[in-house]
Design a protein. Structure first.
Length: 263
């Protein structure tokens, strides 16, 4: 695992955007570059920087296919809290050459959730898998909507949301957790870790325990983020504020490794 520590959220997002852009530019295969994407507050800075690069002619999305991590079950596209709406409002609508047919987001209004999820997995496989999956984690370490004690080999499926998650997300629903859907469609932990590369964003003091669990804790269903330890090409990009629960030696180790990377 690689842990890249940046001074603050802005620098973390810039580093992550540069890393993603470099991966897209370096892609030489005949098939499209397949990019997994999250929602939430963590990636907004990354999306802004990627969109800036695209608008400036520094990065093309013409040969990029995207798969989003999750979607609330029961919310239509036009609902301002659907993840379809979020992605278009914060990212896709700001790209000059993103092809609409290359955007894949789970359908929260499907009449057959299990079939929707199976088709999503099959479509990812049809492209040869995900090249890079960008993600964030919750304060309890959940990755996508894979709450604590979700199987670390799980695939895309229906997830029941915990009370804690609905309380946290209630701020987007007028402060009322009861308005947050109780279920969502989500890629599985196995879906994410099957990707060739995983890049996770972790920022802020409230994510410090989750970062420590991801890096120093045991691999456990209690902290689904800990599955990253089993991935051969996992990167965590974080800010200083998120490092508060790391041991001093661990913190210094990753700073030292990255310093040597730049030499």
């Amino acid at each position: 695992m690689r842990v890249v520590i940046q001074d603050d959220y802005g620098k973390m997002c810039k580093w992550a955007a540069d890393h993603i852009a470099a991966a897209i530019r370096a892609h030489k295969e005949d098939r499209p570059f397949v990019l997994g994407l999250p929602t939430g507050s963590s990636p907004i800075g990354v999306y802004k920087e990627l969109a800036r690069m695209n608008q400036a002619g520094e990065l093309s999305f013409a040969n990029v296919v995207t798969f989003n991590m999750d979607e609330y079950l029961g919310l239509p596209h036009e609902h301002d809290q659907s993840y379809w709406y979020f992605m278009h409002d914060n990212f896709f609508d700001h790209l000059v050459d993103m092809k609409p047919e290359n955007i894949n987001i789970l359908n929260g209004m499907t009449e057959d959730p299990e079939a929707e999820c199976a088709a999503y997995e099959a479509k990812i496989a049809s492209y040869g898998g995900v090249d890079l999956f960008l993600g964030g984690i919750g304060v309890d370490g959940h990755l996508a909507f894979n709450e604590p004690f979700t199987s670390l080999s799980s695939r895309t499926g229906v997830r029941n949301l915990t009370t804690d998650t609905r309380i946290v997300n209630g701020r987007f629903f007028g402060g009322d957790p009861e308005k947050v859907p109780a279920q969502a469609l989500s890629v599985g932990i196995g879906t994410v870790t099957d990707s060739k590369e995983v890049l996770i964003l972790i920022s802020g003091h409230n994510k410090a325990r989750a970062l420590a669990a991801s890096v120093e804790g045991a691999v456990s269903q209690k902290w689904t983020c800990s599955a990253l330890q089993l991935h051969n090409n996992a990167i965590i990009a974080c800010d200083e504020a998120a490092c508060g629960e790391l041991t001093v030696d661990t913190y210094k180790y990753f700073l030292d490794i990255e310093r040597n990377e730049r030499l």
